[in-house]
Write a protein that binds this ligand. Structure first.
Ligand SMILES: CC(C)(COP(=O)(O)OP(=O)(O)OC[C@H]1O[C@@H](n2cnc3c(N)ncnc32)[C@H](O)[C@@H]1OP(=O)(O)O)[C@@H](O)C(=O)NCCC(=O)NCCS
Length: 176
């Protein structure tokens, strides 16, 4: 079938992914309260974010792709990151993680593949805790994080305002 695609691969992110990753993120910036960014990014504005996730160390970027049947082009389906939790040095053993899929790529296990690869990549790092802040409600994200052993910590009530209303963020924590 022409629409058939090869199985999903997960690899480290690269600068050549910048356009596709920016498009995915901008969808959630524009359409949803899932991220509290409110203005879309150009790829150039997003480059520092990409470069702050190098190939090794605690701050990673994993990318999921599939390939056209002809094998000529890869499509980026989503990504997961680990990033500094807070800047002060004693927080260095904690990371904040997140995961975003292309809008039509949900519900197929790709989020699970990305987090599996991310936490495997982090296994050798000097890290102790991972945190995830989930703007409410978001059942898919809550279930994904619980599947990976995240425990509910508490909720910041009405901590952000977007689309003219306030949103709660529930925080989840995982031992690394
Ligand atoms: C959250 C997200 C990454 C999950 O990825 P996914 O590939 O859809 O998830 P998976 O197929 O690996 O399934 C993981 C769990 O989520 C559940 N799930 C997936 N899509 C769901 C949906 N639309 N509604 C409810 N649960 C859903 C699955 O049933 C599974 O739960 P289980 O472990 O209890 O069986 C994806 O939906 C997404 O990109 N959402 C938009 C961006 C976002 O919310 N990012 C997280 C910010 S905190």
């Amino acid at each position: 079938m022409p629409s058939e695609r090869t199985e999903v691969q997960v690899r480290r992110g690269a600068e050549s992914d910048l356009g596709a990753l920016t498009d995915i993120y901008n969808h959630y910036v524009r359409e949803t309260p899932i991220t509290f960014d409110t203005a879309v990014f150009t790829p150039e504005e997003r480059r520092p974010w990409l470069l702050s996730h190098p190939e090794d160390g605690p701050y990673r970027l994993m990318v999921a792709t599939d390939t056209e049947p002809t094998g000529t082009s890869q499509r980026v389906l989503g990504y997961a990151t680990s990033s500094p939790f807070r800047a002060k040095p004693a927080y260095a053993t904690s990371v904040e993680v997140t995961v975003y899929l292309a809008p039509d790529a949900g519900g197929r296990g790709i989020g699970t593949l990305l987090y599996k690869a991310l936490f495997e990549a982090l296994a050798g790092e000097d890290l102790h805790r991972a945190y995830a802040g989930i703007a409410q409600p978001n059942e898919a994200s809550t279930r994904l994080h619980e599947r990976f052993g995240f425990r509910y910590v508490g909720t910041y009530r009405e901590v952000g305002r977007k689309f003219g209303r306030y949103w709660d963020v529930a925080w989840y924590e995982k031992d690394l």
